[in-house]
Design a protein around this ligand. Structure first.
Ligand code: ADP
Ligand code: MG
Length: 584
C-alpha cells in the first residue's frame, strides 16, 4: 500500500490559515474588509490584550442568511465571485472565500448575524474549526464576529506572537489606515474598553484624516488629483513641514484597499526628494482607482500585494502629479527652490523646524542667510575640561574656514581639516551621553510651554517611553485630548527647535522600538545630536570656531562622529612637501 494520504479538512485549514492569519492584526484586516463588503455604514472594532485574547468586529451591513451561516466557514465559500472570469474584475475586497475558514481554524469564533428582512438572526460558534453551536438568536441587523484566543490550538504559531502591546500596536496602525481608506464609513476602535479612534463617516477624507492623525497633520495638507488612462488618484499629501522619520504615514489605497507597493513608495519619495531631508518620509493619503482589469490583487492570500499592468506608467503619473502639487506649493515668488541652487538645499536647516507661518519668510531669507552671519555655533557654557586629548590652545593655530564648512588648523607639523557639523555633533553627543550616564541631564525650561498635538500612535509611543523622555531631560505633561505641553527639553540641544527635538525622537521610537538597557537610547541621542549640530555651509565666526575646536579637543576621541564618519582629517607637512616636490 502506498504512503501518500490526503490530509483531513482540519489540517488543510490550519496549514492554509498560516497564509491568511499571521497575527491578530491580519484577523482584523479580514473581518473589517468583510464588513466593508457588506455595505456597512458603521464598523466597530474592539480589542483586548492586543487582540490575542479578544477581538470583536461589529457592522451594520447586510448580514448573512441563516442557511448560509455554516457555509461561510468552509474554505473557498464566498458570495463575492462565482466563476473564474470574475477574478478579472474584482470589485469587492474579499473574493478568495478563505478568511473565515482560516480564522476559525486557529481560534474560538462566535458569530451573530441578522439580515434586515429576517425576524431572528443566527448565533454560530466554531472553535478550532469545530462547530459548537448554531441556533436562532435575537440580534440587531448586521454582523458581529468575536474572535477569542488566537492560535490557542497552534502552539507553534502562538510562540511567534509578540507582546500584547506590540500586537495591539499593529492593530492600531491598521485601524488608522482602514479608517482613512473609507471616509464614508464611521469607524470606532476600542482598546481595553477605551475609545482609541472615532471617525464620523461623513464621506469627507479631510475630516477622516483629522480624526485619525490630529490637527497638526490635517492643517498641513495639499490636495492632489489626477486622471490618467486606466486609473485616477485623489487625496492629500503633507507639506514637507510634517515629514516624519518613518514611513508610517505614507498611506495609499488601491480601489479602497490598503496595500503595500514599492512602486508607489518610490514614486512618492522621489517626488518629495527635492523638498525634504534625507531619511524623512512624507505624509500621504492617496486614493487610487484602477480599472479592476488592469491590476492583479490575487498575488498572495493576504491580498496586501498588488500588481499593476503598466507599472512604469503608474510610477510616472504619480511621481509627476505629486511633484507638480509640491512645486506649486513651494513656489514662493522671487525664490526658486530648484536644483540650480543646490547650495540652498544643502545649507537649509530642515524646513520642518519652522512653523508653517514662518516658512515663507524663511524661504525668502534663505539666500541672505547663506551669506550673512547665520545662526551658528553659539558659545556654549564650557564643560569641565578633561585634557585627555592633549592639545593646548597655544599648540594650534586656526587658519580659517574653507567652503563655509571646514576649519583649517595648523597643529605642529600637521594640517587638520575639521568638519564643523561633525565636530559639533560629536561634542553634543558626548555631552549628552555623559550626562545621561551620570543621570545628570540638564533640562532647559521653555516658557510658555509649547503645545504639541500628537497622533494617537504618537501618544502611544510617548506613554510607552515616558521614562526615557524624562531621563533625557524632557518635561511633558498631558494637556487634554491628544495635546501635550512641552515645558522642558535637554539643555545641550538648545539649537534645535524644541518641537522638532521631541517629535523626531518620538518618530524614531515609533519606528524602532527600544528595548533593553538604557544604553539602547544612545542611537537616539546620536541622531538628536546630528539634528541639533550646526550644519555645513554655515559661516562661523572665528570666535565660535575656536570654541568648537577647543571643546572638541577635550574629547577622548575627537576623530570620529557618533555615526562613525570622520570629524578630522589630517595631512602632514611631509605629505604636503612631497606633493610640492620639495622633498622626494
Ligand atoms: P470572502 O470575503 O473572500 O468572500 P470570507 O471567508 O472572508 O471570504 O467570507 C466568506 C463569506 O461570508 C463572504 O463571501 C460573505 O458572504 C460572508 N460574510 C463574511 N463576513 C460578513 C459580514 N460581515 N457581513 C455579511 N456577510 C459576511
Ligand atoms: Mg473576506
Amino acid at each position: 500500500m502506498g504512503i501518500v494520504r490526503l490530509l483531513d479538512e482540519e489540517t488543510i485549514n490550519q496549514i492554509a490559515a498560516g497564509e491568511v492569519v499571521e497575527r491578530p492584526s491580519s484577523i482584523v484586516k479580514e473581518l473589517v474588509e468583510n464588513a466593508v463588503d457588506s455595505k456597512a455604514s458603521a464598523i466597530t472594532v474592539e480589542m483586548k490584550e492586543g487582540g490575542i485574547r479578544y477581538l470583536r468586529v461589529t457592522d451594520n451591513g447586510c448580514g448573512i442568511a441563516a442557511e448560509d451561516v455554516p457555509n461561510v466557514f468552509l474554505r473557498h465559500a464566498t458570495s463575492k465571485i462565482r466563476a473564474k472570469e470574475d477574478l478579472e474584475c474584482i470589485q469587492s475586497l474579499g473574493f478568495r472565500g478563505e478568511a473565515l475558514a482560516s480564522i476559525a481554524a486557529v481560534s474560538r469564533v462566535e458569530l451573530l448575524t441578522k439580515r434586515e428582512e429576517d425576524l431572528l438572526g443566527t448565533r454560530y460558534v466554531i472553535n478550532g474549526g469545530v462547530q459548537e453551536d448554531c441556533s436562532e438568536a435575537g440580534c440587531p441587523n448586521g454582523t458581529t464576529l468575536i474572535v477569542r484566543d488566537v492560535f490557542y490550538n497552534v502552539p507553534a504559531r502562538k510562540k511567534f506572537l509578540r507582546s500584547a502591546a506590540t500586537e495591539g500596536g499593529y492593530i492600531t496602525e491598521l485601524m488608522y489606515r482602514l479608517a482613512v481608506s473609507h471616509p464614508e464609513i464611521s469607524f470606532s476602535f476600542l482598546n481595553q474598553g477605551r475609545t482609541a479612534l472615532y471617525t464620523a463617516g461623513n464621506g469627507n477624507l479631510h475630516d477622516a484624516i483629522y480624526a485619525v492623525y490630529g490637527r497638526e497633520i490635517a492643517s498641513n495638507l495639499i490636495p492632489v488629483e489626477g486622471k490618467y488612462d486606466g486609473f485616477s488618484v485623489e487625496g492629500f499629501i503633507g507639506k514637507p513641514a510634517i515629514a516624519r522619520g518613518n514611513r508610517a504615514n505614507e498611506n495609499y489605497f488601491v480601489n479602497g484597499r490598503y496595500v503595500q507597493s514599492r512602486i508607489l513608495n518610490r514614486a512618492i519619495e522621489e517626488a518629495y526628494k527635492p523638498h525634504i531631508m534625507q531619511h524623512k518620509f512624507p505624509f500621504t493619503c492617496l486614493m487610487l482607482r484602477f480599472d479592476p482589469q488592469r491590476i492583479d490583487i490575487n498575488v498572495h492570500p493576504s491580498k496586501l500585494e498588488v500588481r499593476f499592468e503598466q507599472q512604469e506608467f503608474v510610477y510616472e503619473q504619480i511621481y509627476h502629479t505629486l511633484s507638480a502639487a509640491l512645486r506649486a506649493f513651494m513656489s514662493v515668488p522671487e525664490v526658486r527652490l530648484t536644483d540650480e541652487i543646490p547650495v540652498v538645499r544643502e545649507m537649509a536647516p530642515p524646513p520642518e523646524i519652522f512653523e508653517t507661518k514662518r516658512r515663507e519668510e524663511y524661504v525668502q531669507k534663505q539666500q541672505e542667510l547663506f551669506v550673512a552671519e547665520s545662526p551658528s555655533y553659539a558659545a556654549a557654557p564650557a564643560s569641565p575640561v578633561q585634557m585627555t586629548f592633549p592639545l593646548k590652545t597655544e599648540t594650534y593655530r586656526i587658519i580659517g574656514q574653507l567652503f563655509h564648512t571646514y576649519w583649517l588648523l595648523e597643529v605642529d607639523n600637521q594640517l587638520y581639516l575639521i568638519d564643523q557639523h561633525a565636530a559639533h555633533e560629536k561634542i553634543l553627543y558626548e555631552r549628552m551621553v555623559d550626562a545621561y550616564r551620570k543621570k545628570e541631564v540638564l533640562s532647559q525650561q521653555i516658557s510658555p510651554p509649547i503645545i504639541v498635538s500628537l497622533s494617537p500612535r504618537e501618544v502611544e509611543a510617548y506613554v510607552r517611553y515616558q521614562e526615557r523622555f524624562a531621563a533625557l531631560g524632557f518635561l511633558v505633561e498631558p494637556f487634554g485630548g491628544n495635546e501635550y505641553a512641552l515645558s522642558a527639553v535637554p539643555a545641550d540641544l538648545y539649537r534645535l527647535s524644541e518641537k522638532e527635538m521631541f517629535c523626531s525622537l518620538l518618530d524614531q521610537l515609533v519606528e524602532t522600538p527600544v528595548f533593553g538597557p538604557a544604553d539602547a537610547i544612545l542611537e537616539q541621542i546620536a541622531s538628536m545630536s546630528c539634528k541639533a549640530a550646526v550644519k555645513g555651509n554655515t559661516k562661523l565666526s572665528e570666535h565660535e570656531a575656536r570654541h568648537l575646536v577647543e571643546e572638541l579637543m577635550t574629547l577622548e576621541n575627537p576623530f570620529h562622529c557618533p555615526h562613525g564618519r570622520p570629524v578630522i582629517i589630517t595631512m602632514s607637512k611631509y605629505e604636503i612637501e612631497k606633493k610640492f616636490k620639495r622633498i622626494l
